[in-house]
Write a protein that binds this ligand. Structure first.
Ligand code: TRP
Length: 427
């Protein structure tokens, strides 16, 4: 079975709340245990530097966010857990990608465009207060992803454009220098729970309605006590529908517990008791993590050591791959053998289709990669023309062309085939 690599970048700003925990952190830690996957989680501190110019806050946030992920159960021995700024190959790859990225492409990035629109609306100059760092954000992010040959990037909708840009940069690079980079895909999970905040709107720092994940116990109790409810008196049946309190409970409880809570609502539990039960249920899950979190934050040297070990593992992949990429673009030892022949091979060696006829009298084709490895086989066609037409569609990488026409060879992933087709289409 081929391995699928997942990669998640964690911005090292802000203080995580229960909404982040339920919607992102908890599912990510669960996902890190799937068999057949490799999982990369890194602290995107170079990205944080774009927004934060306070050194002490940079350091503190990185400490807290690292502690948070470990406290909720990310196992640094099972996954690649590292700090972006510990991997010098990432800025190095950023430059190689910068050189194959159109400036116009970056002009269209949402984050940059939002700044420009704001400036225009305020009558300011187009690029007022826009750093080149903000402008280059998508290239740095592409380097994060491409450095580790990640296949799937779990992100929110707002980040999909960035993944598509990374894909385009990888295609451009591969087209110029041969098949080196893996084309990543965004994995958007729309089923993730949206937790309401204490005022019933989506829990979000900007609404000031959050319940902090690792605040002290008594702070959490107070924040839960602040959840808005209606004015029904003790003994009166309560609505579960539309109740933020009930929805938050549901995000932490088992089916049976939720059912029992629903019954208690019908039976007229007082809001005070309901809040107490909610607090206890959440605290039951969070308390052991909070203890671990406090211990980690109190021992920065241990955290530093964990991150350094993670960086070493990550670099065992990044260093040789970066060497390969330097070689590919011609940043080479001057005494190494003239590589003209090799370069030509890199450019001309493309995936290809081979048509043939089987004993059953039907016409087939197969797709092989640049080195001749079998990637996929077609179903049978009545005539060579029929087979050729599908090949033509595949070569132009027309959406849906391969639908039901190709079966993957052993050990080949859909991503391998997609990459080969994209390369052909771009050639
Ligand atoms: N831009 C991402 C965010 O704001 C963080 C990030 C940086 C990232 N590099 C990444 C996410 C690489 C996924 C992959 O959430």
């Amino acid at each position: 079975m081929s391995i699928t690599r997942f990669l998640t970048g964690i911005t090292t700003t802000g203080t995580p709340h229960l909404g982040n925990y339920v919607g992102a952190l908890r599912p990510a830690v669960q996902a890190s245990r799937r068999p057949g996957t490799e999982n990369f989680y890194f602290l995107a501190d170079y990205h944080a530097l774009i927004k934060c110019d306070e050194p002490a806050r940079m350091q503190r946030s990185t400490l807290e966010i690292a502690a948070c992920w470990l406290a909720i159960g990310l196992d640094p021995d099972q996954v690649f857990f590292y700090r972006q700024s510990d991997i010098p190959e990432i800025p190095e790859l950023t430059w190689l990608l910068t050189c194959v990225t159109g400036k116009g492409v970056l002009n269209r990035a949402h984050a940059y465009k939002a700044s420009v629109d704001k400036n225009h609306a305020a009558g300011a100059e187009t690029d007022a207060d826009v750093t080149a760092g903000l402008f280059m954000y998508p290239v740095l992010m592409a380097a994060d992803i491409l450095m580790f040959k990640a296949h799937k990037i779990p992100v929110g909708r707002d980040q999909v454009q960035h993944i598509e840009m990374a894909r385009d940069m990888a295609s451009s690079f591969n087209h110029l220098y041969g098949e080196h980079l893996v084309l990543p895909e965004a994995a958007v999970d729309d089923s993730v729970a949206l937790l309401p905040g204490t005022d019933g709107r989506k829990m979000s720092k900007s609404y000031d309605n959050v319940i902090a994940l690792f605040a002290p116990r008594e702070v959490m109790r107070k924040q839960i006590a602040g959840i808005v409810t209606d004015s029904r008196a003790p003994g009166e049946p309560k609505e579960t529908q539309g109740s933020a309190l009930f929805q938050i409970y549901e995000a932490f409880a088992s089916k049976d517990e939720t059912e029992a809570f629903r019954k208690a609502f019908e039976a007229g539990i007082s809001w005070a008791d309901a809040k107490q039960q909610l607090f206890e249920r959440i605290d039951h899950e969070i308390a052991p993590m909070r203890e671990k979190y406090d211990a980690l934050v109190g021992n920065p040297a241990q955290l530093e050591q964990i991150l350094k070990a993670g960086a070493e593992r990550a670099r065992s992949r990044a260093t040789p791959f970066m060497n390969e990429l330097r070689e590919a673009v011609g940043l080479r030892n001057l005494a190494s053998t003239p590589a003209a022949k090799k370069d030509k091979a890199a450019k001309s060696a493309l995936p290809s289709f081979k048509q043939y006829r089987e004993a059953d009298g039907r016409h087939y084709f197969k797709l092989v990669d640049a080195s001749g490895r079998l990637l996929a086989q077609s179903t049978g066609f009545d005539s060579p023309q029929d087979a050729g037409r599908v090949i033509g569609q595949l070569k132009r990488n027309e959406a849906g062309a391969a639908q039901g026409q190709l079966s993957l060879a052993d050990g080949v992933s859909q991503n391998d085939v997609d990459t080969a087709l994209a390369t052909l289409a771009a050639s």
